[in-house]
Ligand binder design. Structure first.
Ligand code: LMR
Length: 399
């Protein structure tokens, strides 16, 4: 009966990478999917990951199942990264962490948890957001709403719009926030704005769900966690979806975590029991390898220090490309000023390119950019900078 099916549309991000692979042009450039590339255009395995894997292979004695929520050592390492060493939330036992397959797995588990424990609650997402967010929440059966996030005319965060919209959030609703490096805009809340959002959500008795996929790619591992930490000082309950795809380069190991904060250790423990049910009915228990790599690196002072340097190097390369991109576009005679890109953080920038300009770039130059105009700055290198900026300036001048 499958012949009666209509074909589903290609994924707006992953589908572009499939098209890119099939493009025979020797000059093609892929700035679509959020994958870090080094100065040579490669996505390397981090040195610390290689070292941790070596150790794991030597000491591994079994491939038996992990617990439904993963290893306790991994959970402790994740909590330290999110809340910092010696945090009150951790000391009070108010946070529990489950190991999930990637940040997307964490979002789905969070969505199932919300749908089952808070029926009727709505999930509020920023407009715009990562195109997979609504799909994950729809698949879990959650009703979704959006709140305005970005002022396209000013190329900046629309905090007044956020504040106004959150005033109509109802008790039990969940509000999705991007922990740092907002995907797709690269525009983040300040720590003061996070605090204000925390006050509003606590007042509305709403549950923040923080998608924290780029820790370390904005201003630093600690600086990027400031918002989440400020928020958690204000709200009794929170859900935090971490991903280690980017900051450990562990994309295909699918390693992430869902951290649940409750008003007490008992509340967190009860929530975890339901999170475990959601996990068991989705994928039973998590894959071990990626989590073991992260635990090994974070648990060893030397490896950890080396990893922090690797994260710094990735972040600084992205920042350097932002500046060079803006300057090269200007030098190529682009008819508009792109200096706002320097203010944005993380892998992505909302370039302001229209859907039709994006299509022209693909058809004429084999340059792949997501339809919303989102550019993966981490895919830009010194080698592709010139042809990229020449093409963009050309398309802006003669669409
Ligand atoms: C992206 O937004 O490009 C990344 O988060 C990768 C993905 O899964 O879409």
């Amino acid at each position: 009966m499958f012949e009666t099916l209509d074909k589903a549309p290609a994924d707006p991000i992953m589908g572009l990478t499939e098209a890119f692979r099939q493009d025979p042009s020797p000059h093609k450039i892929n700035l679509s999917v959020g994958v870090y590339q080094d100065a040579n255009g490669r996505t390397p395995v981090l040195d610390t990951v290689k070292k941790a894997e070596q150790r794991l292979i030597e000491k591994q004695t079994s491939k038996s199942y992990l617990p439904i929520d993963g290893s306790p050592d991994y959970a402790a390492a994740v909590k330290e990264l999110v809340f910092g060493a010696g945090s009150d939330i951790t000391a009070e036992g108010r946070a529990v962490t489950a190991h999930t397959p990637g940040g997307t797995g964490a979002l789905r588990v969070a969505a199932d948890f919300l749908r089952r424990q808070f029926p009727g609650s709505r999930l509020w997402m920023s407009d715009p957001t990562w195109p997979n967010h609504p799909k994950v929440f729809d698949a879990a059966g959650l009703e979704t709403q959006t709140y305005p996030y970005f002022d396209a005319s000013a190329n900046a965060l629309n905090f007044d719009g956020i504040r106004d919209a959150l005033a109509s959030v109802e008790q039990g609703d969940a509000v999705l926030l991007h922990g740092c490096c907002h995907n797709p805009t690269g525009a983040d809340l300040t720590p003061e704005q996070w605090d204000e959002v925390g006050v509003i959500l606590a007042d509305r008795k709403a549950i923040p769900l923080v998608d924290f996929a780029y820790q370390g790619f904005g201003d630093g591992l600690e600086a990027d966690a400031e918002g989440v930490r400020a928020l958690c000082k204000r709200v009794p309950n929170a859900l935090i979806a971490s991903s280690f795809s980017k900051n450990f380069g562990l994309y295909n190991e699918r390693v992430g975590a869902l951290t649940v904060v409750g008003s007490s250790a008992d509340a967190a423990d009860k929530a975890l029991s339901h999170v475990k049910q959601a996990i068991r009915s989705n994928y039973s228990n998590p894959p071990a390898h990626g989590g073991a790599i992260v635990t090994t690196i974070l648990g060893d002072a030397e490896l950890r220090a080396e990893w922090e340097k690797e994260v710094t190097a990735m972040r600084e390369r992205i920042m350097k490309m932002r500046t060079l991109f803006v300057d090269t576009l200007r030098d190529k005679g682009a008819p508009q000023d792109f200096s706002f890109l320097k203010e944005q953080r993380g892998m992505f920038s909302f370039s302001g390119l229209t859907k039709s300009q994006v299509e022209t770039l693909r058809e004429r130059y084999s340059i792949y950019i997501v339809g919303s105009g989102r550019i993966n700055v981490a895919g830009i290198t010194e080698a592709n900078m010139d042809p990229l900026c020449t093409a963009i300036a050309d398309v802006l001048r003669s669409p």
